[in-house]
Design a binder for this molecule. Structure first.
Ligand SMILES: *Cc1c(COP(=O)(O)O)cnc(C)c1O
Length: 375
């Protein structure tokens, strides 16, 4: 059995013809940069998300950086983000001379916690960046209220939850990444909507911000060779847009397949007392970018090693809080610590999950975990 964290090969086999047609189309046009597929994908994606503007760019990290560049922030301005996330979320904040204010997350949803958040707000706080971690939305209703109270921008890091819906108390719902002023996503191959290389996109309903984001992503120019601001060069390749056009059509079906796999794990692992299966938020559906367990009693690393010995891959997203990373020491005191983040870094373990459910290999993963706990 060859079990992988993400089975991109089997997924590809099923859409091979469509992908070949798209790629051949790009080669025939030789429009490698800003070819017609980029605009077509942009429009398809706008429609899918129900958002006014999608600005494709080179990767998810660029998307976050460009989003922050569009907000006219000053060096030293503060940006609130979770300490339990992928480095890119906070890295771009620091790179722009802004200060990442790293806060704790909720123990059940792994998403930014609103508890005690007021204490972090200073006159320099300008933005909050919720991350929809592992595939379900942060508590956007509360985040919007918090942002409104303190006059902050909301920039969603939606690299892990594309396609997820957030439902408000009044019953209305929106796609994650379209709720704050700006949303950002990544098309890294293993993301839920992944291309065959790097790619990313920025979403907004605001016309002015959209124009500015487009300008920044294109060397700060609206008119060729006339540069209004310092920008960057961040584009989605036409070849990748061809791939994304095909894969977007399957995105909901992919999310359903991921849910099927997650449900199967839930049904079989929930009975193990030293395991906590992922909790589902009441206000968001889950698109299971990751299926992440909490392993109790300090047994996480031993379980991971046991699985590896049995040729089962698993991953720790993330082993070290951002504030303990060497690169982020400059922003915190040596004794800075957030209790939930600390525990999660010790307990989380993500199992293989993807769009190609295979009962035999899932059964093998489950049986191996059960065996470990009865050893
Ligand atoms: C993947 C990811 C990013 C960065 O995306 P890239 O396309 O790899 O630059 C940012 N934030 C989160 C939470 C991610 O998972």
């Amino acid at each position: 059995m060859n079990i992988q964290m993400v089975d991109l090969k089997s997924q590809y086999e099923k859409i091979k013809e469509e992908i070949a047609t798209g790629i051949q189309n790009c080669l025939d046009n030789t429009a490698y940069i800003n070819g017609p597929a980029v605009k077509e994908f942009q429009q398809d994606f706008e429609k899918y998300l129900g958002v006014k503007h999608v600005i494709p760019c080179a990767n998810g990290t660029d998307a976050l950086q460009i989003a922050l560049m569009a907000l006219d922030l000053k060096p030293g301005d503060e940006v609130i983000c979770p300490a339990f996330t992928y480095v890119a979320t906070a890295e771009v904040i620091g790179l722009l001379g802004l200060v990442p204010i790293m806060v704790d997350v909720d123990v059940d949803t792994f998403n930014i916690s609103l508890d005690h958040l007021d204490q972090y707000v200073t006159p320099k706080t300008k933005v909050i960046v919720p991350v929809h971690l592992y595939g379900q939305s942060a508590d956007m209703e509360q985040i919007l209220a918090f942002a409104k109270k303190h006059n902050l921008y909301v920039v969603e890091d939606n690299a892990q939850a594309i396609g997820s819906d957030y439902t408000f108390a009044d019953g209305s719902s929106k796609k994650t990444g379209t709720i704050g002023e700006i949303g950002c996503t990544s098309f890294f191959p293993s993301k839920n909507l992944g291309c065959y290389g790097d790619g990313g996109a920025i979403m907004t309903n605001d016309d002015e911000l959209a124009a500015k984001i487009r300008m920044i992503a294109n060397h700060g120019q609206e008119k060729k060779y006339y540069h209004k601001v310092l920008g960057c060069n961040s584009r989605l390749d036409t070849l990748q847009a061809e791939v994304l056009k095909v894969k977007l059509k399957h995105l909901d079906e992919y999310a359903a397949a991921r849910n099927k796999m997650a449900d199967y794990y839930d049904q079989n692992l929930a009975e193990i007392s030293e395991i906590e299966v992922p909790k589902r938020s009441a206000s968001s559906n889950h698109v299971f970018h990751q299926y992440t367990l909490k392993i109790k009693n300090g047994k996480r690393d031993a379980l991971q090693q046991y699985l590896a010995e049995n040729k089962i891959p698993s991953m720790i997203y993330y082993p070290l809080p951002l504030y303990k990373q060497e690169a982020f020491q400059q922003y915190v005191g040596a004794d800075f610590s957030l209790p939930v983040t600390e525990v999660l870094c010790q307990e989380v373990l993500s199992l293989p999950i993807h769009t190609e459910f295979n009962k035999e290999s899932s059964d093998y993963v489950i049986a191996s975990i059960k065996k470990f706990f009865t050893l």
